[in-house]
Design a binder for this molecule. Structure first.
Ligand SMILES: Nc1ncnc2c1ncn2[C@@H]1O[C@H](COP(=O)(O)OP(=O)(O)OP(=O)(O)O)[C@@H](O)[C@H]1O
Ligand SMILES: [Mg+2]
Length: 255
């Protein structure tokens, strides 16, 4: 279901603080994101990117702050958000086929007393086609390459039909062809009116791939057009010491 009103923010985060231990992983983050955009989340390792994504899913306990998804408080937004987790966080030995993983995306739409309908199966097929994984539908998920697994998890998220899709480093460890395939899928989901929030590591492609960037390191350092976020002063503050990042970006004329 694509929500009709474009006035409502895809999500709105106010004064969000999250901590696992004494030091907060996220501190006083406030941001409002319009619908129908492809948003990149950038920041160094351990800067709170995954925590931010998990907060939008309601997976982590907030110390403080509020979150609204499409105008609804997060507690009422179940099923409105789909998620593709960071690769290391999934148990790949679990005995389940590609088709079954994608069908899991439909579980929220299937009443407990029913099995998957023809419509559910049609949607699953369409989503596996989109990520070009239909030929592998009977294969166990553990017997796929990393890039293929990533695409199956994207199919599961797409099958859910949620307006807001959160992807945690979908491009990590994939080859150029898979990277392009994933990017195509993101672009078509956006063309269908969905909002996509994508944790991304490679600053060199960030401006090219995304409409807006969110720069996080515990706090929100910037949110806006890539040209406004990929500024040398901002990046040197956030990526302190990671001089290689700048050398490459400068060399390629990105900053
Ligand atoms: N479950 C947890 N328990 C305790 N600390 C955690 C937990 N998850 C994350 N952290 C800590 O919170 C901080 C933010 O972690 P997070 O995973 O959000 O960072 P990230 O930006 O996604 O990093 P990466 O680029 O390495 O994926 C880090 O210091 C991390 O060690
Ligand atoms: Mg992470």
């Amino acid at each position: 279901m694509i929500t009709e009103s474009r006035e409502v923010a895809a999500f709105s985060v106010k004064n969000l603080t999250v901590s696992y231990g004494p030091r907060p992983a996220l501190l006083d983050v406030s941001v409002e994101v319009e619908q129908g955009q492809l948003i990149g989340v950038i920041g160094p390792n351990g800067s709170g990117k995954s925590t931010f994504i998990k907060s939008l899913l309601g997976f982590v306990k907030r110390d403080f702050g509020s979150i609204e998804i499409l105008g609804q408080p997060i507690e009422k937004a179940k099923g409105m958000v789909a998620y593709v987790p960071q690769r290391g966080s999934v148990d790949w030995d679990y005995p389940i086929t590609v088709e079954e993983v994608a069908l899991m995306g439909r579980y929220g739409n299937i009443p407990w007393y029913k099995s998957a309908s023809k419509e559910d199966k049609r949607i699953v097929k369409e989503c596996l086609d989109m990520v070009r994984m239909s030929d592998f539908r009977k294969r166990q998920i553990g017997q796929l390459s990393g890039g293929q697994q990533q695409r199956v998890f994207m199919a599961r998220a797409l099958a859910q039909g949620a307006d807001l899709l959160l992807l945690d480093e979908p491009f990590a460890g994939v080859d150029a062809a898979t990277e392009n395939a994933i990017l195509d899928v993101l672009e078509s989901a956006k063309a269908a009116g969905r909002t996509l929030v994508v944790v991304h590591h490679d600053l060199a492609t960030a401006a090219e791939y995304f409409d807006k960037l969110l720069l996080i390191k515990q706090r929100l350092f910037a949110y806006g057009d890539p040209s406004a976020v990929l500024k040398e002063d901002l990046l040197s503050e956030v990526y302190e010491g990671e001089l290689k990042v700048f050398a490459t970006l400068k060399q390629n004329g990105h900053i």
